[in-house]
Design a protein around this ligand. Structure first.
Ligand SMILES: [Cu+2]
Length: 353
């Protein structure tokens, strides 16, 4: 607990000093808790329900057990060193084996593990059971950046690149944000359940963000799912957590949590639609992950699936010029009658291989 207090004091000091330096606080300076802290000990403060549960599991279940076992083993060692050294015990006993002791040291660890598993499984299930989703985003790991897509809003995939060191300084950000800050963050509304569909285009990456308790492998050819509900407006940072190549350390994750109004404005600025688009057989998001059961007809000639150079003049592209240039495939999928075509993101990825 003392360690936690010290860490909190350090975080507090960092916030205070940073606040002085950054009076005209931009979005990323409003909440400096969503990032690692120099000299910090303990877990990052939670900003999503799962992380609260994980911290409780760590602090209330695991730490007391670990501490108890360590003290017990240390005590036994000290006892043996003091009581049974050559001087204190010149004539050692000749017997070996003690059935009672052997049963105890076999059964007791099993019981401890069963006890831990009761809480562990509960936590695992809460990670697995996504509540009713308000927003779905897709995060694709690439060597070496993350690309984000909002299928239901019709926001086509955009790449989120790490800010170079010089640019971090140029923007007046704390130097600690180098390798955390990106040019195009993930933007989500506060208090809404966000489902993150995670995949990769080349090698295995992992989408991890400590403050939300996120950590999920991003595997080529597979879509993994996790969720979070950001409790506070602010900027939160994470990193790729699977060794994925030489630039593994240079593909950070930045999630900007904003109010619903700010999110709506951002969606519009990205050329997206505030009305979730639906396609026959399910939402676009469902089609992307292939959960609708609708036939996919991948091998059949599907003109609608081709990322045609000139975007189909749909209602969406007509009203949003930005969408016309950025997302022909997504727009086509959203409105074309043959929506059981391949997912927009799948087509370019397949072509690249
Ligand atoms: Cu990676």
């Amino acid at each position: 607990m003392g360690m936690g207090t010290r860490a909190r004091a350090m975080i507090g000091g960092l916030i205070a000093s940073s606040t002085l330096a950054l009076l005209a606080a931009p979005a990323w300076a409003q909440d400096l808790l969503g990032q690692p802290t120099n000299g910090g000990i303990d877990l990052q403060p939670a900003a999503s329900p799962l992380k609260h549960d994980a911290i409780w599991f760590h602090n209330v279940v695991l730490m007391p057990i670990i501490t108890g076992i360590c003290l017990l083993v240390l005590g036994l060692l000290l006892w043996i060193v003091v009581r049974y050294n050559k001087r204190a015990n010149p004539t050692p006993a000749r017997w070996s084996h003690n059935t009672l002791v052997e049963v105890v040291w076999t059964v007791l660890p099993v019981l401890i593990l069963v006890f831990i598993s009761l809480f562990s499984f509960k936590l695992l299930f809460s990670y697995h059971d996504t509540p009713k989703v308000d927003l779905t985003i897709k995060a694709t790991g690439n060597q070496w950046n993350w690309a984000y897509e909002y299928p239901d809003q019709g926001i086509a995939e955009y790449v989120s690149n790490m800010l170079p060191e010089a640019e971090v300084a140029q923007r007046g950000m704390p130097s600690a944000l180098y390798r955390l800050a990106v040019d195009e963050p993930l933007v989500v509304p506060v208090g809404k359940t966000v489902r993150v569909l995670t995949t990769a285009s080349d090698v295995i990456h992992a989408f991890a963000l400590p403050a939300f308790g996120l950590k999920m492998d991003a595997i080529p050819g597979r879509v993994n799912e996790q969720w979070f509900r950001a409790e506070r407006v602010g900027t939160y940072y994470g990193q790729c957590s699977e060794l994925c190549g030489v630039d593994h350390a240079f593909m950070p994750i930045e999630i900007r949590v904003v109010s619903q109004a700010d999110f709506d404005a951002w969606v519009v600025s990205k050329g997206g639609s505030l009305t979730p688009v639906a396609a026959p057989g399910g939402s676009v998001a469902q089609n992307v992950v292939g959960t609708t059961g609708a036939p996919t007809e991948r091998n059949v000639s599907t003109p609608a699936a081709e990322p045609a150079a000139g975007a189909v003049p749909t209602a969406q592209t007509a009203t949003t010029p930005a969408a016309q240039t950025n997302q022909p495939a997504a727009a086509t999928q959203a409105t074309a009658p043959s929506a059981n075509a391949p997912a927009p993101a799948a087509a370019p990825a397949k072509a690249a291989q």
